[in-house]
Ligand binder design. Structure first.
Ligand SMILES: Nc1ncnc2c1ncn2[C@@H]1O[C@H](COP(=O)(O)OP(=O)(O)O)[C@@H](O)[C@H]1O
Ligand SMILES: Cc1ncsc1CCOP(=O)(O)O
Ligand SMILES: [Mg+2]
Length: 240
């Protein structure tokens, strides 16, 4: 929550981290977009997540460790049925969701697959759910089930900071807040991931020595990004 909220603030959004079922009906109608992240899932929080997802706002799902337990899988599948605009997960999470089965290899919140391994499953999941699916990794793939966009920004060290995936998903929600056309959702998800990856690149160039200093520099880079840097450095390509 710390990394995600600070990334959102640095990018110019206005985050609020909300769990209580009593608060969700008051909070969500005022939100321009909602991010539901099952990272620290509990029985008590799941009804809040379902309520937030059902509030009629555009929303994004982060299926953290979806394949790690029956409870997470069932929770993620029940949230998927509430029609997220975007699902952003790492390759292992998207593979687990697409097959609706627990990961064969024991895995927690980190991926044991490359994003390319999950591309066909991501397309199938997009077609079956109607959501845009974003699989993160060295290349982030974003698909609506037919078209595929690849985003090549980012540095490998981002995997060594916990919650970079959570922050990337939260940034997609922030970008979703300004979408006017449903057909723009895929482009918006790709742009958010490109901007986040670019902030990681600039953070690394700013003297990061490891995960802790990259975390600081990445958030600073997000805060300092300007249009010229973004337009000259984003690496987004259309795949066949
Ligand atoms: N090998 C890599 N090279 C460049 N960027 C990466 C790499 N792996 C992950 N990223 C970036 O790190 C962020 C988090 O992705 P990821 O580690 O896949 O998510 P999660 O934290 O949910 O496992 C994304 O912005 C992604 O593009
Ligand atoms: C380590 C951990 N455990 C529960 S949530 C979480 C963070 C996951 O964040 P990310 O998917 O961005 O690495
Ligand atoms: Mg994650």
């Amino acid at each position: 929550m710390d990394v995600a909220a600070n990334a959102l603030l640095a990018a110019g959004a206005s985050p609020a981290m909300v769990h209580s079922l009593r608060e969700v009906p008051e909070f969500t109608p005022r939100c321009d977009a909602v991010c539901v992240n099952v990272g620290t899932l509990s029985e008590g929080w799941l009804p809040s997540m379902r309520a937030a997802a059902s509030a009629g706002r555009p929303w994004v799902l982060d299926p953290v460790a979806a394949g790690a337990s029956e409870f997470r899988m069932e929770a993620c599948l029940s949230l998927l049925a509430l029609r997220p605009a975007v699902v952003r997960g790492n390759a292992s999470e998207i593979l687990a969701l697409a097959s609706r089965s627990l990961a064969a290899a024991a895995s927690g919140a980190d991926s044991t697959h490359d994003s390319g391994d999950a591309l066909q499953d991501a397309k199938a999941l997009a077609r079956s759910t109607g959501a845009v699916i974003a699989v993160s990794g060295a290349v982030d793939y974003v698909t609506d089930g037919e078209r595929v966009v690849g985003v090549s920004n980012g540095v490998a060290m981002m995997q060594k900071i916990t919650a970079t995936g959570c922050a990337a998903t939260a940034l997609i929600a922030a970008f979703l807040a300004v979408v006017e056309e449903p057909s723009d959702v895929m482009a918006v998800a790709a742009c958010a991931l490109a901007v986040f990856g670019l902030a990681g690149e600039i953070g690394m160039e700013s003297g990061a020595k490891g995960p802790a200093s990259l975390r600081m520099h990445l958030i600073d880079a997000l805060y300092c990004l300007d249009e010229q840097t973004v337009t000259s450095r984003v690496k987004i390509s259309l795949h066949s």
